[in-house]
Design a protein around this ligand. Structure first.
Ligand code: ATP
Length: 331
């Protein structure tokens, strides 16, 4: 019998994807949960009394997030008031089914749930958008609309913080994508565990902070955890997401992981080191260097959402949709 490398008592039942250790299920649950707790505490994500919205799509990541946030909040007495927030993008056969999962999670974790829809906020569902523009650029619309919809839902709920289920693989993929594209401005920001939505890089942060408690949690471990605990989640991919470029980064990362599991953490750490280095250089070159003036932050003239321009990104996209010429914006 192979003995668990952590407790040296139980029989080892699995190979931990992150470290390659052979461990028992109980130790797997313990390290998995403890590492997330450490990420939350080390990064001081919350303060006692915070009302926190869990962005819940019904998929594996956000379902495990709802499960662990509820568990850790009780176990370590964080004193958080947790709520579920879901965005209904209006994708028949996908989001309607996954929202049914979230509704069950609401009962399972005894958390209040708010669902806000694109249809209600923008007058357009993704089904309608795709019927007009096709599947090629639809993720651009969905990304901009979802970011704003989460903020709007969060402010309706009166929360202090939003958490999402973005995991270590997602962060490492984003580092790679930004590197491949030579997008150093994004590379500098993409490893931040907490972001505050701004329409531009230089604008003062104004919206509700958004964090990733799974920043260092491997996707494979999230899947294992959900599977062993038999959590109720929805596992179909979005019917409209083609996301070609992220797909390449994902395949590349999976190949690297097969050779060396630590590659995921190493890529995240490289992104963090780049961010720290850039910060140093900014300070070192400050004397005499002309600083780019900070963009003026204001509100969208049409909908009131924060924006450094007259219209926020969502309103610009909506305008082109309503005029029936979305290609102008995307182009
Ligand atoms: N419709 C939605 N409503 C609420 N939150 C969402 C929604 N879509 C995505 N999110 C949030 O953004 C995170 C990352 O979303 P992404 O589209 O990458 O899905 P994913 O990696 O498949 O995650 P999940 O397994 O939770 O669906 C999710 O974990 C969730 O917290």
């Amino acid at each position: 019998m192979k003995v668990c490398q952590l407790c040296s008592v139980q029989r080892a039942q699995l190979k931990r994807p992150k470290t390659g250790q052979s461990i028992c299920k109980q130790c797997f649950y313990a390290v998995f949960e403890y590492e997330i707790h450490c990420t939350i505490v080390d990064n001081k994500l919350f303060k006692r009394g915070d009302r926190v919205a869990i962005a819940a799509s019904g998929g594996k990541d956000s379902t495990v997030l709802a499960h662990t946030m509820t568990l850790l909040n009780k176990r370590y007495d964080y004193g958080l008031d947790l709520v579920l927030l879901s965005i209904d993008e209006g994708i028949a056969g996908y989001r309607d089914d996954s929202l049914e999962t979230v509704k069950r999670n609401q009962t399972q974790y005894e958390l209040p749930l708010l669902i806000v829809s694109y249809e209600e906020l923008y007058g357009w569902s993704m089904d309608k958008i795709v019927a007009q523009i096709g599947t090629k650029n639809n993720c651009t619309f969905c990304g901009v609309f979802r970011r704003q919809a989460l903020d709007r839902g969060a402010s309706r709920l009166g929360v202090d913080h939003i958490v999402t289920g973005h995991n270590a693989d997602d962060v490492a993929e984003t580092v790679l994508m930004n590197l491949f594209r030579g997008d150093f401005a994004r590379l500098k920001r993409c490893t931040q565990i907490t972001t505050q939505s701004t329409e531009t890089a230089d604008a003062a942060p104004l919206t509700i902070p958004r964090s990733k408690p799974f920043k260092y949690t491997y996707e494979k471990e999230i899947v294992m955890y959900a599977y062993f605990l038999n959590l109720d989640y929805f596992s179909t991919e979005c019917t409209y997401s083609v996301e070609a470029y992220r797909g390449y980064a994902r395949v590349f990362l999976k190949d690297l992981e097969k050779v060396r599991a630590a590659a995921i953490m190493d890529i995240i750490h490289s992104g963090e080191a780049y961010q720290a280095q850039e910060g140093l250089e900014d300070r070192a070159s400050a004397p005499g260097k002309q600083k780019k003036p900070a963009q003026k932050q204001g509100n969208c003239e049409r909908c009131g959402y924060i924006s450094s321009q007259k219209l926020c990104k969502a309103c610009v996209l909506l305008e082109t949709l309503n005029r029936g010429q979305p290609a102008v914006t995307i182009g």
